[in-house]
Design a protein around this ligand. Structure first.
Ligand SMILES: [Zn+2]
Length: 327
């Protein structure tokens, strides 16, 4: 998982705890403003408690007797306090810190050092937000993938029917997810529009994010926009852009969708090579999805890009009739 994401979340937890302390303070001020005798009682309890602990240090002859007296006095004051609370319908825990999560008191961790369920949920939420894929949270995943929409009739000169082909793609994709850290695989999803490439990307992203693997999804167009903003507009670069830029290199999986729709020039070519190369060197996975054919890829991009891609990406060809016009 991305370090930056955890840092962001922990900053949020710190803010939550500060807010809880501040709110408890405000409630105290308000309560004591309304019931000054409560503040008085609170002060007396504190004083008596201090005297009590001093007793144990000085150990007078009648220690037990004095301790008992102090304890009774404190008990009496506590009863008084309780009566005021009850008479005025003040909840007993009114002055206690009110945490959003009572299991971890908004620290994110349980006493045994394990992550609290609220932290796990935060991590997943953040991964989704970072991935750019919040919109498809539940809709597009391996469980909702419907293979039956792919035709089982032979298509052009292909050896497999579109459905058989999709079984193959599905198997590779699921394998990619279950062996994510052990595989050297990168995926190249190619073929005409409307054949389920983006859907497959979403399935993969969904499966990985739920395993706390960081994913960044960008169309090629927005990917280069982020890079341009970072390189040529540094003074005015937004935090979001900077985080996205770092994620391009740091996320566990980068999905570049719609490669070929960007304005291709020597700048984008150099940057694309840099991204693919950096990620291969650091063994981070990349999925490229494109409407271009392999020949068109070769024509559009420099030799060093295509040779990197053709040597280290598993090509998955999507073919068949455009699904978007079918129901
Ligand atoms: Zn918690």
């Amino acid at each position: 998982m991305n370090k930056q994401i955890l840092e962001n979340i922990m900053t949020e937890y710190n803010k939550k705890r500060l807010r809880a302390a501040h709110d408890a303070d405000l409630r105290k001020q308000k309560l004591y403003g309304q019931f000054p005798n409560l503040e008085e009682i609170e002060m007396q309890i504190k004083l008596l408690s201090i005297k009590l602990s001093k007793l144990f240090l000085t150990k007078p002859d009648n220690l037990n007797e004095q301790v008992l007296n102090f304890k009774n006095e404190i008990e009496e004051l506590k009863n008084k306090r309780k009566n005021i609370y009850e008479k005025n319908n003040i909840p007993a825990n009114y002055l206690e810190m009110q945490y959003e999560c009572n299991k971890c008191n908004d620290t994110g961790y349980l006493p045994d050092g394990k992550k609290c369920s609220c932290l796990n949920r935060q991590i997943i939420n953040n991964l989704y937000t970072m991935s750019n894929m919040v919109h498809m949270l539940d809709k597009e995943n391996f469980n909702t993938f419907d293979i039956s929409i792919f035709s089982n009739e032979m298509y052009k000169n292909e050896k497999l029917t579109p459905r058989q082909n999709m079984y193959y793609i599905l198997e590779i994709s699921e394998d990619f997810c279950s062996n994510f850290y052990d595989t050297n695989m990168n995926l190249l999803l190619y073929g005409s529009a409307g054949l389920g490439k983006t859907f497959m990307c979403n399935c993969i992203a969904n499966a990985l994010i739920s395993k706390e693997i960081s994913v960044l999804y960008q169309t090629a167009f927005s990917l280069f926009e982020i890079i341009e903003n970072h390189k040529f507009n540094k003074q005015n670069e937004s935090d979001e852009n900077r985080i996205n830029y770092n994620m391009i290199f740091e996320c566990d999986l980068l999905i570049i969708d719609d490669l070929g729709t960007e304005v291709s020039n020597s700048f984008t070519n150099a940057e694309l090579f840099n991204i693919i190369n950096e990620r291969l060197i650091t063994n981070k996975k990349t999925i490229i999805s494109t409407n271009l054919s392999l020949e068109q890829l070769r024509d559009t991009y420099s030799d060093r890009i295509t040779s990197r891609v053709f040597n280290s990406f598993v090509p998955l060809k999507f073919y068949g009739k455009d699904l978007r016009y079918k129901n």
